[in-house]
Design a protein around this ligand. Structure first.
Ligand code: FAD
Ligand code: NAD
Length: 464
C-alpha cells in the first residue's frame, strides 16, 4: 500500500478541518490532515475563541472584584493585576486544548502532516516545510478547511505591533493608555471589553450607525448602552481612512473629524478567506468576488472530489458553523446525506452581559414580509438574576404569527451564550413558542426568562 495515499485529505486543522477529519475516521476513512502551524486547532484554539474567552474571563473577575462585590457586602482592599500571569494562564489553556486535538488525532488514527498544503494536480496535495523536501499526498477526496485571516483596510499602515489585529491584541505585555479600535463588530467589543476592564481608555470607531451589524437592532442598541456604562466610547457613522505610527504614538484618521492619537490601534474590520498559496490554479478552482471558495449545498466545489467548509466559504465565521459543515461534508461523502440548518446556528458575543441570538432578527422578518408575534421579558424581573445582581438585558422571542413556530430568539443578559442552546434546539426541532412556554424550567434559574418570553408571545407572561 502507498503510505501517502489516503481516502481523504483535509487541508487545515481548525475546528472545521479537525472535526471533519475525526468524523471521517469514525466513518472508516483513512484520513490525512495537513496543517502549517505546529499547534492544531486553527484560529479558534490558537488565536481566536479560546484565548479571547480566557482573557474575557480573567478580566471579568477583576471587574467583578472592583465593582461588583460591594453590593454583596464584601469589601476588598487594593487589587493588583499581574498581566504576565494572566497571559500565561491564557497560553496554558490554549496549549492544553491544542495538545488535546493532537491526542484526538492519535486516538482516531488521523495522520497529521505538518507543513503548507497546496494542490499540485487533481487529487494531489504537496506538503512543504522549510528546509525539507516536499511530501506528496494523494486521495480521491480533498477537503479545503483553510479558514480565514485578519482583513485590513487601505490607508491603515499596519506594523502588526502598535497597529495590529486580534492576534496581537491577545498578547500585549502592558495595558495601553488609550486603545483605538476600528470596527464595532464581535472582535472590537470582546477585546475592547478585555482592555477596558484592565484599565485602558477605549475608543471604538464604527463605519455604520450601529454596533454589531447582523444582530437584532433593539438588542444591539441595548448592548451599546451597557458597554458605554462600562466605559467604552463609541463613535458611530465614522469611516476610518488612515492610521500610522508616529514616534511612540499612533494617529488614526477618519472622515469628518479630527485625527485621534492613541498608543495602540486594533483593526477589527472583519476577516478574509485564507487561500494564498493553495495552488487552486492547479485544479482550475476559481474564487467568488469576495475571495471565498464557492460550494453547493453539499460543500462540493466545481472540481469533482474537492470540497470546502468553514471560514473559507460563505456564511458566518463561527467555529461551530465550521464544525457542522465539516461533519455534514464528510457524512455526505460517505453516506450520500449531510445537511446544515443555517437557521439554527447560534451566535454569541462574550461581552458582559453576553449577547446571543439564533434564527431571524426582527429586521430580517420585516424585510421578508413575514408576520410575527414578539414576546420579551427582562432579566430585572427574574429571581436568579436579582440574586446574581445581574439584571441588565432581556430575552426576545419572535414566532410566526399564524403557526407560532419559533423563528428567532435574541438574548442580552447573564449567561446568554448558555441560554441560547435551548432556543437553538427549539428552532432545530421546529418548536412553537407554546412548546417552550409549556416546558418546565427549574426555579430559580435564568432560563425562566426564556420561558416567560415564550409566554409573552401569547401575551401571558406571569411575573411582570
Ligand atoms: P481556522 O480556524 O482559521 O483554521 C484553518 C487552519 O488552516 C489554520 O490552522 C491554518 O493555519 C491552516 N491553513 C491555512 N492554509 C493552509 C495551508 N495551505 N496548508 C496547511 N494549513 C493551512 N468563533 C466562535 O464561534 N466563537 C468565538 O468565540 C470566536 N471567537 C473568535 C475570536 C477571535 C479573536 C477570532 C479571530 C475569531 C473568533 N471566532 C469565534 C471565529 C473562529 O475562530 C472561526 O470561525 C473558526 O476558527 C473557523 O474555523 P475553520 O476551521 O474554518 O478555520
Ligand atoms: P465583524 O464583521 O464582526 O465587524 C467588523 C466591523 O468593522 C463592522 O461593524 C464594520 O461595519 C466595521 N468597519 C468596516 N470597515 C470600517 C471602517 N473603514 N471604519 C470603521 N469601521 C469599519 O468582524 P470582526 O469583529 O473583525 O470579526 C471577524 C469575524 O470573527 C466575524 O465574522 C466574527 O463572526 C468572528 N468572531 C466571532 C466571535 C464570536 O462568535 N464570539 C468572536 C470574535 C470573532
Amino acid at each position: 500500500m502507498d503510505e501517502n495515499r489516503f481516502d481523504l485529505i483535509v487541508i487545515g486543522a481548525g475546528p472545521g478541518g479537525y472535526v471533519a477529519a475525526i468524523r471521517a475516521a469514525q466513518l472508516g476513512l483513512r484520513v490525512a490532515c495537513v496543517e502549517k502551524e505546529p499547534a492544531l486547532g486553527g484560529t479558534c484554539l490558537r488565536v481566536g475563541c479560546i484565548p479571547s474567552k480566557a482573557l474575557l474571563e480573567s478580566s471579568e473577575r477583576l471587574a467583578e472584584i472592583q465593582h461588583g462585590l460591594g453590593v454583596h457586602g464584601i469589601e476588598v482592599g487594593d487589587v493588583r493585576v499581574d498581566l504576565a500571569a494572566m497571559m500565561a494562564r491564557k497560553d496554558k489553556v490554549v496549549r492544553t486544548l491544542t495538545q488535546g486535538v493532537a491526542g484526538l488525532f492519535k486516538k482516531n488514527k488521523v495522520t497529521r502532516f505538518e507543513g503548507h498544503g497546496r494542490f499540485v494536480g487533481p487529487g494531489r496535495v504537496a506538503v512543504s516545510r522549510e528546509g525539507e523536501a516536499d511530501v506528496e499526498l494523494s486521495a480521491p477526496r480533498i477537503l479545503i478547511a483553510t479558514g480565514s485571516e485578519v482583513a485590513t483596510l487601505r490607508g491603515l499602515e499596519m506594523d502588526w505591533d502598535r497597529i495590529g489585529g486580534s492576534t496581537q491584541a491577545l498578547s500585549w505585555d502592558r495595558v495601553p493608555d488609550h486603545l483605538v479600535i476600528v470596527g464595532a463588530g464581535v472582535i472590537g467589543l470582546e477585546l475592547g471589553s478585555v482592555w477596558a476592564r484592565l484599565g485602558a481608555q477605549v475608543t471604538v470607531l464604527e463605519y455604520l450607525d450601529r454596533i454589531l451589524p447582523g444582530m437584532d437592532l433593539e438588542l444591539a442598541k441595548a448592548t451599546q448602552r451597557v458597554l458605554a456604562k462600562q466605559g467604552l466610547t463609541f463613535k458611530l457613522g465614522v469611516r476610518v481612512t488612515g492610521a500610522r505610527v508616529e514616534g511612540d504614538r499612533c494617529v488614526v484618521e477618519y472622515e469628518g473629524g479630527e485625527p485621534i492619537t492613541a498608543d495602540r490601534v486594533l483593526v477589527a474590520v472583519g476577516r478574509r478567506p485564507s487561500t494564498d498559496g493553495l495552488g487552486l490554479d492547479a485544479i482550475g478552482l476559481t474564487l467568488d468576488q469576495r475571495g471565498r471558495v464557492p460550494v453547493d449545498p453539499h460543500f462540493q466545489t466545481s472540481v469533482p472530489g474537492v470540497f470546502a467548509i468553514g471560514d473559507v466559504i460563505a456564511g458566518p465565521m463561527l467555529a461551530h458553523k465550521a464544525e457542522e459543515e465539516g461533519i455534514a461534508a464528510v457524512e455526505f461523502m460517505v453516506t450520500g446525506y449531510g445537511h446544515v440548518n443555517y437557521d439554527a446556528i447560534p451566535g454569541v458575543v462574550y461581552t458582559h452581559p453576553e449577547v446571543a441570538a439564533v434564527g431571524k432578527t426582527e429586521e430580517e422578518l420585516q424585510a421578508a414580509g413575514i408576520a410575527y408575534r414578539k414576546g420579551s421579558f427582562p432579566f430585572l424581573a427574574n429571581g436568579r438574576a436579582k440574586a446574581l445582581n445581574q439584571t441588565d438585558g432581556m430575552v426576545k422571542i419572535l414566532a410566526d404569527a399564524k403557526t407560532d413556530r419559533v423563528l428567532g430568539v435574541h438574548i442580552l443578559g447573564p449567561r446568554a451564550g448558555d441560554l441560547i442552546a435551548e432556543a437553538a434546539v427549539a428552532i432545530e426541532m421546529g418548536a412553537s413558542a407554546e412548546d417552550i412556554a409549556r416546558s418546565s424550567h427549574a426555579h430559580p434559574t435564568l432560563a425562566e426568562v426564556v420561558k416567560e418570553a415564550a409566554l409573552a408571545v401569547d401575551g401571558r407572561a406571569l411575573h411582570i
